[in-house]
Design a protein around this ligand. Sequence first.
Ligand SMILES: Nc1ncnc2c1ncn2[C@@H]1O[C@H](COP(=O)(O)OP(=O)(O)O)[C@@H](O)[C@H]1O
Ligand SMILES: O=P(O)(O)OC[C@H](O)CO
Length: 496
Amino acid sequence: MKYILALDQGTTSSRAIVFDKEGRIIGVCQKEFKQIYPKPGWVEHDPVEILESQIFVAKEVLRKTNIKPEDIAAIGITNQRETTVVWDKNTGKPVYNAIVWQCRRTASICDELKAKGLSEVIRNKTGLVIDAYFSATKIKWILDNVEGVREKTKKGEVLFGNIDTWLIWNLTGGKVHVTDYSNASRTMLFNINSLEWDKDILKELDIPEGMLPKVCPSSYVYGYTSKDIFGVEIPISGDAGDQQAALFGQACFLPGMAKNTYGTGCFMLMNTGEKLVHSNNGLLTTIAWGINGKVEYALEGSIFIAGAAIQWLRDELKLIENAAESERYATSVKDSNGVYVVPAFVGMGAPYWDMYARGAILGLTRGANKAHIIRATLESIAYQTRDVLEVMQQDSGIKLKNLKVDGGAVVNNFLMQFQADILGVNVLRPVVTETTALGAAYLAGLSVGYWKDTDEISSKWKVDKAFEPLMDERTRQERYSGWKKAVNRVLNWDND
Ligand SMILES: Nc1ncnc2c1ncn2[C@@H]1O[C@H](COP(=O)(O)OP(=O)(O)O)[C@@H](O)[C@H]1O
Ligand SMILES: O=P(O)(O)OC[C@H](O)CO
């Protein structure tokens, strides 16, 4: 057996990547799917389209690379996290569209939980801040609002899963209903101390435990693909939320090691080992992975909109034709001319946690042009990362010298250089930037003996380019304080 197949089900596209034993990419296939916005602030996906696109790219990458399914030693799954699917166990059909992590429809349910004084309890149990981001209130919304679903739930006919669970269930022909520790820790229903679904929270939200998947390690044989998909049964032996998978793919195996992934959103995670560190500044405590009989934790700063702001420039404002063009415009001007873009399109995550913040362009003067707005949009990704890095250093007591980066937007050299400048920290871009898929492949490969251990994996990490800070300290502080001022203007905007 020569290869591992990683299925990376992201917010905007499904990807399948084949890796060899050196952790090199042998082939990639990607398919975008529909984003559904039924109302302002609401975001949905069609779970069937997600499944079909994922199976399509998996078959297509094997076809393109001429690799036989027999030569795939194992499949690793990684997924956009929190996104919630509820389906009928008998028909296999979703009872509603997937409610996406970015969706704000359950903000009022969260407000009620906060008003009941549950913030502290929920933080201690789950490591999370009460927010519409997580699966718990999304499940409740479906049970309360989709006709007939609560009845079916009572009869045990309905299952819940995040996208990993939905894929594994379907890939195994409806046999296996599981998730892993990292995904479970994003539901706001999982007790990260006792490693069990939390009965008190389930009761509070009126969610029956029977519809939840079994929680397993992240590197583990969950089941086998049904024969009608690839013609052979392939073990599915790795599963992790995409941000935790990226931490694994970046070989951040030791406490204090951190990475930042620039995709639709931006997610910085720092490994804290077997120690569960609670943040006082708006970071999340989350499970990094469960492997080798133990669970390890991470601190996380979640930024909701990063690369998605570049898609907004392309699709809504039509200022650019493709994402790569943003770099050309940004470098065509010497700075943003005082313009700040705050892309709080779905509220703001860490460290602000404001469900009611909304986006804005600030600091406009008559000289402000398209290039300045494009540049300011890219800069907003770097500023948000600084917001998170500052509290990460405070909460962990660790001063980072280097930040490992990955994800679709790190090809943008302007963004990476500006990031190093605004942080005052070296930014290290590895050769393989598809680190999410790589992490899922590593988790899958470890459990079937394709790779021996994490030392073997660490030896494969290689830097492509190191971006060193060039900006002087005074400029850095001036620019950053402008950002803080801009953020203050948009907080709590939509809370009438
Ligand atoms: N050259 C670029 N400059 C800035 N952003 C980019 C560039 N290329 C891609 N992106 C952004 O990266 C994101 C895609 O990254 P990816 O890791 O595939 O995301 P996801 O897994 O969230 O779907 C998109 O939001 C896109 O706008
Ligand atoms: O799809 P991505 O890569 O933007 O990741 C989304 C995150 O998992 C949301 O928590």
